[in-house]
Design a protein around this ligand. Structure first.
Ligand SMILES: Nc1ncnc2c1ncn2[C@@H]1O[C@H](COP(=O)(O)OP(=O)(O)OP(=O)(O)O)[C@@H](O)[C@H]1O
Ligand SMILES: [Mg+2]
Length: 266
């Protein structure tokens, strides 16, 4: 047998993988959602996670930033096991992350400017003028007009709200960006704009991106790597071309039903 390198210890820092989930288990009220999930997230790439509604995609990503604690298993971020951290260390490590929550989750009582500024107030010692400069810069980089700064979330369109959420996620210049359904509820043009933004940000900053998506066209357009979560486990992971050739019947049915992507015939 040819020599094989020993398997990499997921607890060690890896150049290739920024995040490694191992044997993640989580149940709510006795109902298991994650059932031994294993997943590697490639550094500097766009990693998409697909799967049906209620399969646990949002739950999975909340474990990565320590908003949920697993019943069992590990979440290594650069070799640090997130579930084992105390609150103070968790807050430190959260600075690595920018998160765009499903439904954008802006603070309704804060203006656009205050929303984008929020992480800077929480996590930086920058003065007011410096914070205001970064807020304006963030808004402009996402193609939003300055006239939005004093508006409240309720006055924005869905697409604008997503962009403001993205500006807020980016303001601390994170190493890892987590997007939970960034294009849900957007029309096809706005969807493409958000896709382009995710790709531009990825290319310009070399950030590690994790994108949860229902949208197969988007997933295949932007994903360097696609993984499917089903019944609490990752049933397939690979490049878009590898996924197109997958023989897994659950994955094939999921993608074919969308009608947006052509699979290789079996
Ligand atoms: N905090 C919670 N308490 C109890 N149950 C929860 C909680 N969060 C999630 N769940 C349950 O876990 C399951 C997975 O939910 P999750 O939101 O991760 O699904 P999802 O894959 O993100 O779905 P969607 O595509 O609709 O966003 C669901 O059955 C949900 O009801
Ligand atoms: Mg979800």
């Amino acid at each position: 047998m040819p020599w094989q390198p020993p398997p990499e210890d997921p607890a060690l820092r890896s150049d290739r993988f920024a995040i490694r989930l191992r044997g993640l288990e989580k149940a709510f009220n006795g109902h298991p959602v994650l059932r031994g999930t294993d997943l590697d997230i490639e550094r500097g790439k766009i990693n998409t996670i697909i799967g049906g509604s209620g399969q646990g995609k949002s739950v999975l990503v909340k474990h990565v930033i320590g908003l949920l604690k697993p019943d069992r298993g590990h979440v290594f971020v650069d070799g640090v096991d997130i579930p084992s951290l105390a609150e103070y260390d968790l807050n430190q490590i959260r600075r690595k992350f920018g998160m765009l929550f499903q439904y954008a989750a802006l603070f309704d009582s804060l203006t656009v400017a205050e929303n984008i500024e929020f992480p800077l107030v929480e996590h930086s010692s920058l003065d007011r003028a410096e914070r205001a400069r970064l807020v304006r810069e963030g808004l402009a980089s996402l193609g939003l007009p300055e006239s939005l700064l004093e508006k409240y979330p309720a006055e924005l369109s869905g697409g604008q709200r997503k962009r403001v959420g993205l500006a807020r996620a980016l303001v601390l210049k994170p190493e890892i960006l987590l997007y939970d359904e960034p294009t849900t509820g957007l029309d096809p043009i706005a969807t493409q704009n958000v896709d382009d933004m995710i790709r531009d940000i990825s290319q310009q900053t070399r950030v590690t991106s994790v994108v949860i998506s229902h949208d197969m066209a988007s997933t295949f357009r932007i994903g360097d790597r696609i993984s499917m979560l089903h019944e609490g486990q990752i049933i397939e992971s690979g490049s878009p071309d590898e996924i197109r050739c997958s023989r897994d019947p659950v994955l094939r049915r999921f993608i074919e039903t969308s009608g947006a992507v052509q699979l290789e015939p079996l």
